[in-house]
Design a protein around this ligand. Structure first.
Ligand code: ZN
Length: 86
């Protein structure tokens, strides 16, 4: 079984932030974040962005908005650039 990678974390991130993710996976994500500064930054940024949306009257974050968030945060580029440094 592979250990949790940054990619896995990002796949589960929206559910994690929504609070709908399986508790075991939440713990894995938190454990990963403890060791991975990249993912801490990504999660913090995403949480802050989503909290801004939650202050709006329409509190549900539609999938297309969430998708735009991911795109605007350039998560793929972010992870790829970090990977290339190793
Ligand atoms: Zn990571």
């Amino acid at each position: 079984m592979d250990s949790l990678t940054c990619r896995h974390l990002l796949d589960s991130l929206s559910d994690y932030i929504d609070g709908t993710l399986d508790e075991t996976l939440c713990r894995e994500i938190e454990a990963h974040m403890a060791d991975c500064e990249n993912c801490r930054i990504v999660v913090n940024t995403l949480e802050k962005t989503i909290l801004l949306y939650r202050d709006l009257p329409a509190s549900d974050l539609p999938d297309d908005v969430r998708q735009r968030l991911y795109t605007s945060l350039n998560l793929d580029d972010f992870l790829d650039s970090k990977k290339n440094k190793h």
